[in-house]
Design a protein around this ligand. Structure first.
Ligand code: NAD
Ligand code: ZN
Ligand code: ZN
Length: 371
């Protein structure tokens, strides 16, 4: 079939919306008619050419949601008409990682996905007979996509897809970091660094976990206001208190630091603050941010010997097919205000505008209307 998609033709250049060919789903795959897709930092990062593993031409996009239109041979977990959220982090339910409760990092298709291929080593995308590689196994800046069933989470048909798509990356990452990686306990103190999509998700989940005190740190007072709306009990403007932010957190916590700190900025200097403001004895610092190539995190080892722990969280530790539907259900139950994150709705033709808005920190998420 023919369909429209936003193609990264050349690093550092605007995406070009055009018609491409999309082949039918092969065994184990499904054709999804995309309805909405969020614009995330990783798309912009790859488009800029800074990502060392990036390639072009490719169709960007990984925060997609849509409806299954057709399934290939042997697809048992999805049927035509199902509403789905795309998963750049799949869940095969069979590999050694999937059967372990300790990680959500599925090993089934990592190598081929990283090369821009579907699991059988080929692509469904092409242009004039020339194959075009998929991006993050998703390529959702498009009217349609073909993806393996292990990378599609079936969600409630009651969830509007322009909200559900946010669970494909940023929102689930933040919620999951608090729920599954940190496992925030009731009555605890949580500090979240960064009030973008990921940080606000972490604040919202800290509230759901019934943390007693939730401190959010950001540079923007407007975003800190949003953090309060999502459940932060205290806010700190890291620009105003600068280097003193760790001391402020220590002062707020009787000199000890927080039970849980969650970093959602991508800055190694802030990751360090997250470690230093975690509590002596058991404080757990969870890193969500993606740092620049070659950057390292500086930690004074004494902080670890005296009981602080450091964890990293990919996609919030969320096992996508099992747990994204549960998170979406919590939204439907009224536990999470997802509407507050949807700042702009744009057409596929305006995809580059989505990047501009993100660069200007205008709103939390722009969502492309594909339906
Ligand atoms: N681990 C994963 O699977 C995963 C998934 C999605 C995103 N990410 C990463 O998470 C990070 C956050 O993503 P996002 O979409 O929320 O980004 P965002 O840019 O919307 O939010 C980052 C926030 O950090 C704030 N910030 C900047 N400097 C700060 C400082 N010194 N102190 C406190 N706050 C500061 C900014 O004001 C901004 O509000 C990024 O690095 C992104 O690449 C990781
Ligand atoms: Zn993302
Ligand atoms: Zn697996």
């Amino acid at each position: 079939m023919r369909m429209r998609a936003a193609v990264l033709e050349e690093f550092g250049r605007p995406l070009v919306v055009q018609e491409l060919d999309l082949a039918e789903p092969s065994a184990g795959e499904a054709l999804v008619r995309l309805v909405a897709c969020g614009v995330c930092h990783t798309d912009m990062y790859t488009a800029s050419g800074v990502d060392p593993s990036g390639y072009e031409p490719t169709v960007l996009g990984h925060e997609g949601a849509g409806v299954v239109e057709a399934v290939g041979e042997g697809v048992s977990s999805l049927a035509v008409g199902d509403h789905v959220v795309t998963l750049f982090s799949p869940q095969c339910r069979e590999c050694v990682h999937c059967v372990s409760p300790n990680t959500n990092i599925c090993l089934a298709i990592r190598d081929e996905q990283g090369k821009g291929h579907l699991p059988d080593g080929t692509t469904r995308l092409s242009r004039g007979g020339e194959p075009i590689r998929h991006f993050m196994g998703t390529s959702t800046f498009a009217e349609y996509t073909v993806m393996p069933q292990i990378a599609l989470a079936k969600v409630s048909p009651e969830a509007p897809l322009d909200r559900a798509c946010l669970f494909a990356c940023g929102l689930s990452t933040g919620l999951g970091a608090a729920m599954f990686t940190a496992k925030v306990e009731p009555g605890s103190t949580v500090v979240v660094f960064g009030a973008g999509m990921v940080g606000l998700g972490a604040v919202a989940d800290a509230r759901l976990q019934r943390a007693e005190r939730i401190v959010c740190v950001d540079l923007s007072d407007e975003r800190l206001q949003m953090a309060r709306h999502q459940g932060a009990t205290d806010t700190l403007n890291g620009g105003v208190c600068g280097e003193g932010v760790v001391q402020q957190i220590l002062d707020m916590t009787g000199g000890f630091g927080a039970d849980y700190t969650i970093e959602a900025t991508g800055l190694v200097s802030v990751m360090r603050q997250a470690v230093e403001s975690a509590r002596m004895g058991w404080g757990l610092a969870t890193m969500c941010g993606v740092a620049g190539k070659g950057e390292t995190l500086d930690i004074v080892p004494r902080l670890l010997i005296t009981g602080r722990r450091v964890a990293g969280s990919s996609f919030g530790g969320v096992k996508g097919r099992d747990q994204v539907p549960l998170l979406v259900q919590r939204y439907l139950d009224g536990d999470i205000d997802v509407d507050a994150f949807l700042s702009h709705r744009i057409a596929l033709d305006a995809v580059n505008r989505g990047f501009e808005l993100m660069e200007a920190q205008d709103g939390i998420r722009s969502v492309i209307d594909l339906g």
